[in-house]
Design a protein around this ligand. Structure first.
Ligand code: GCU
Length: 422
C-alpha cells in the first residue's frame, strides 16, 4: 500500500510568505522525455515540446481551441495622421462566421506613419478596452461586460496608458519612433473574466466565464476535467491577432512580440508556448500559473488559484493543491522551456503574492532548452536586485524593478533593449 502524501502545510490553501517554510522539491528536466529517454539534440525538441504542451493542456489550461475555419476581418475605421501625425490608426473587427454573427473581436492597430517597410508588431490584450491606450475619442469602446465596475460597463479610461502616473503605461510615441506597431484587443470581449465573489448568478464564473468566443466551440462536456479554459481562450485570441497581422502588408508579423501583464501575462506566455509563430514573448509579472514555479511555495499557490479562478485553470489542476512539491509531475519551467529557441524576457516586481524569485528560478530551470540549441540561456548570475540587468541574456532574460503592478516605462525600455540585442 502506498503511503498517502501529507499536505505540504496545515494551511496549504493560504499563501506562504516564509522562505523557511518552503518544502524541498525537485524539478523535471526539460531535456528528458516522460519515458526517461534524453532529448539528444534540436531534432528531438519538437517532440518534447509537444509532450510538454499536452501535459499543460491536460492538467492546467485545458484543451487548446482549434484554429477557426472562418475568419472575417473588416477595416472599420482608419486615420492616416493620428497621434499628431506620427501614427496610422486602424480599427478592425473580426468575426468567426461568414455571416458575421456570433462573437467578434475589435482590434486597434497603431503603426508608425513614416515607416519605410513592414514593421514588427507588439501584440497584447488589455484589461479595460482599447480606449485606454490613447486619449483619442475615436477609439471604439466595445459594448461589453467589465469585471470591476459597478454597472459592469467598461470604465471611461480613455488614454489612461498615456498618464505617467498610471501603473501601466504605453510610451506609444517612443515605440512608434523605434519602428514598432502596437496592436491590442479587450480581453473581456474575447471572453468575460468574472470575479470569484460575483453576487449575481448570471455573471458568476461557472456559467458566464464560458461565453464570448466559447460559443464557437460547442457545448462543454462537463464530465471532462480538461475543458478549454479562459486563459486558453484569451491565448487563442492572441493567435487570431497574429493571423490578422499576417494579412496587413505594413506589418512584419514574423517579428511579432506578444506581451501582457498579470493574468494577461500568463495568457501571453501560453500563447507563445502554443503558437510558434511568436518569435518574442514578454510575460510581465505573470504570477502563479504563469512563469513562477508552483513548487516554490511562496505567495499565491495552486490551492488559491484553483479556488479563486475556476475558469483560468481546468479542474484537473486542483488535484495538486494539497502538496504541489510532491504531487506535481511538471512545473512552470517546462512551459517556459517550450518558448526555446525563441526569445523570452520576464519582468518581475516585488509584491510577494507574485513570487518573483519563483520567476527567476523557473527561467533558470528552463535554460537548458536554449542551451540545447547552442544558444545562451539565462545568464548564470545570482538572483538580481531591482534594476540589475545582469540576468538578461539575448534569448532568455529576467529582471525586476520597484514600480507597482503593471507594465511600466522601464519594462518597455528593457524590451526595446532586448529586441536590439541580436
Ligand atoms: C490576482 C491573481 C494573479 C493575477 C492577478 C491579475 O492577483 O491572483 O494570479 O495575475 O490577479 O491578473 O491581476
Amino acid at each position: 500500500m502506498s503511503t498517502p502524501i501529507p499536505d505540504i502545510r496545515p494551511d496549504y490553501d493560504k499563501a506562504n510568505y516564509d522562505e523557511n517554510n518552503i518544502a524541498a522539491f525537485t524539478l523535471e528536466d526539460p531535456l528528458t522525455f516522460l519515458d526517461g529517454t534524453p532529448v539528444k539534440g534540436p531534432a528531438d525538441w519538437p517532440r518534447r515540446r509537444k509532450e510538454i504542451l499536452s501535459i499543460f493542456a491536460k492538467e492546467m489550461f485545458g484543451e487548446e481551441p482549434p484554429r477557426p475555419e472562418t475568419m472575417v476581418t473588416e477595416l472599420v475605421e482608419e486615420k492616416a495622421d493620428a497621434l499628431a501625425g506620427f501614427a496610422v490608426r486602424s480599427q478592425y473587427r473580426m468575426w468567426f462566421r461568414q455571416d458575421k454573427s456570433g462573437p467578434a473581436i475589435d482590434w486597434l492597430l497603431l503603426r508608425p506613419r513614416h515607416a519605410k517597410g513592414p514593421v514588427p508588431v507588439i501584440l497584447f490584450l488589455n484589461f479595460n478596452g482599447n480606449q485606454e491606450l490613447i486619449p483619442d475619442q475615436e477609439v471604439i469602446v466595445p459594448d461589453c461586460w467589465h469585471r470591476n465596475t459597478e454597472d459592469h460597463r467598461l470604465p471611461e479610461v480613455r488614454g489612461n496608458f498615456c498618464n505617467p502616473n498610471s501603473d501601466t503605461v504605453l510610451p506609444i510615441g517612443i515605440l512608434l519612433s523605434a519602428g514598432y506597431a502596437v496592436m491590442t484587443a479587450y480581453y473581456g470581449q474575447v471572453s468575460p473574466d468574472p470575479n470569484s465573489g460575483e453576487p449575481n448568478p448570471a455573471f458568476q464564473q461557472a456559467n458566464f466565464a464560458y461565453t464570448g468566443v466559447f460559443e464557437l466551440w460547442g457545448k462543454r462536456d462537463e464530465s471532462r476535467d480538461d475543458n478549454t479554459t479562459a486563459i486558453g481562450a484569451w491565448a487563442w485570441a492572441l493567435s487570431r491577432g497574429l493571423d490578422l497581422a499576417e494579412r496587413i502588408p505594413e506589418l512584419d508579423a514574423r517579428k511579432a512580440i506578444v506581451t501582457g501583464c498579470s493574468r494577461l501575462g500568463k495568457t501571453a506566455l501560453l500563447a507563445a508556448a502554443r503558437d510558434e509563430r511568436f518569435p518574442v514573448c514578454m510575460p510581465v509579472q505573470s504570477g502563479g500559473g504563469g512563469v513562477p514555479l508552483a513548487k516554490h511555495d511562496y505567495g499565491e499557490n495552486v490551492a488559491t488559484e484553483a479556488r479563486m479562478f475556476t475558469h483560468w485553470f481546468c479542474p484537473a489542476y486542483a488535484k495538486y493543491a494539497r502538496n504541489p512539491a510532491q504531487l506535481l509531475t511538471f512545473d512552470q519551467h517546462l512551459l517556459v522551456a517550450t518558448i526555446a529557441p525563441r526569445r523570452l524576457l520576464v519582468p518581475g516586481f516585488n509584491e510577494p503574492w507574485f513570487d518573483t524569485l519563483g520567476d527567476f528560478l523557473s527561467c533558470q530551470a528552463a535554460s537548458p532548452a536554449w542551451e540545447l540549441f547552442g544558444l545562451p540561456g539565462l545568464p548564470k548570475v545570482p538572483f538580481p536586485d531591482n534594476y540589475d540587468t545582469s540576468a538578461i541574456g539575448p534569448y532568455l532574460g529576467y529582471f525586476r524593478r520597484t514600480e507597482e503592478h503593471g507594465i511600466a516605462a522601464y519594462d518597455w525600455w528593457m524590451l526595446l533593449n532586448f529586441l536590439k540585442a541580436i
